[in-house]
Ligand binder design. Structure first.
Ligand code: GUN
Length: 293
């Protein structure tokens, strides 16, 4: 039987509708959530991502403050801007779009962001918080995947979760979040030998490798839940994931499509974190989010 589709687009739409209502509640108490987005340089993909983030803010009633800086902006200027945004009461979330130009030190920039406005969840404090299960903001892509997994109604506890890809912003935090939910977690990466030997035991297979069609049906356990985080632009301009969707959906029990799976959830969770930040300022939420409990 072909797999059930995990519809990220539909879930993102539902969540954004809920967020719009929460924004109105906040506005009634005099607070409009605000997200500052810093883009340094002219990376075309980053320009598209930032455009999508600003658009999603508008859709939910969140204010966005876009700061576009030239590629040769000195690091000190970027850090000074972050300092001003940290102090700005209209700004509840600060995001620096990655990658940065090579002369700017990623760690110093991320550490300059107030942890209570770090809606990307990239500050070391938030990364460290994931290890002990109480980060202030979960990073957006793994957070979105977590909600997508919940829509299957299947428990994560005790399952073999295999993650292909060990990046700091997706693979590693995803592993920590699943560990927190008591899965048995394996992380595979570019140096992993015999990838299939690991993927075939996965009850939950999460792929963020940036390699189109990497995961073929022979690598997937019958009945697995398969989450494809890959976004690969093909020569014909189409977007494809890291999973052979057609083949693997004949074996999986649940699968995310690309596009329309994880992608819409990433931006949606950025709005979720910004909204949560504003709600904390308004005293409507505790600092720990419900997902950690
Ligand atoms: N570049 C690629 N993905 C991301 C992301 O999730 N956040 C930021 N800030 N930059 C990115």
């Amino acid at each position: 039987m072909p797999a059930n589709i995990i519809d990220g687009k539909a879930l993102a739409k539902r969540l954004r509708e809920e967020f719009s209502i929460r924004v109105k509640t906040l506005q009634a108490s005099g607070i409009t959530p605000g997200l500052a987005v810093i883009l340094i340089g002219e990376n075309p993909a980053s320009q598209v991502y930032v455009g999508n983030k600003v658009k999603a803010c508008a859709e939910c009633g969140v204010r966005s403050f876009r700061h576009t800086l030239p590629a040769d902006t000195p690091e000190t200027e970027v850090i000074a801007l972050i300092g001003r945004l940290n102090a700005d009461r209209d700004v509840h979330g600060i995001l620096v779009q990655l990658p940065l130009p090579p002369h700017i030190d990623l760690r110093r920039v991320l550490e300059a962001i107030d942890v209570h406005k770090d809606v990307d969840g990239f500050h070391l404090y938030n990364v460290g918080g994931l290890v002990v299960g109480d980060s202030i903001f979960p990073p957006c892509t793994p957070y979105g995947v977590q909600l997508l997994l919940e829509t299957t109604g299947l428990p994560v506890e005790g399952k073999n979760a295999v993650i292909v890809g060990a990046s700091n912003i997706v693979g590693k935090p995803m592993a920590l979040m699943l560990l927190q939910k008591e899965a048995t977690v394996t992380i595979c990466h570019a140096k992993t030998k015999n990838l299939a030997q690991h993927t075939i035991i996965a009850d939950i297979l999460i792929v963020a490798a940036g390699s189109p069609g990497l995961i073929v049906p022979q690598m997937v356990k019958e009945g697995a839940i398969v989450i494809d985080i890959g976004i690969n632009r093909m020569p014909d301009g189409s977007i494809t994931g890291d999973v052979d969707f057609k083949g693997v959906s004949q074996k999986a029990s649940w699968i995310t499509p690309v596009p329309g799976g994880v992608g819409p959830m990433t931006v949606t969770m950025l709005i979720a974190n910004t909204l949560r930040s504003a709600e904390r300022v308004a005293g409507q939420q505790e600092v720990l989010g419900e997902w950690e409990k």
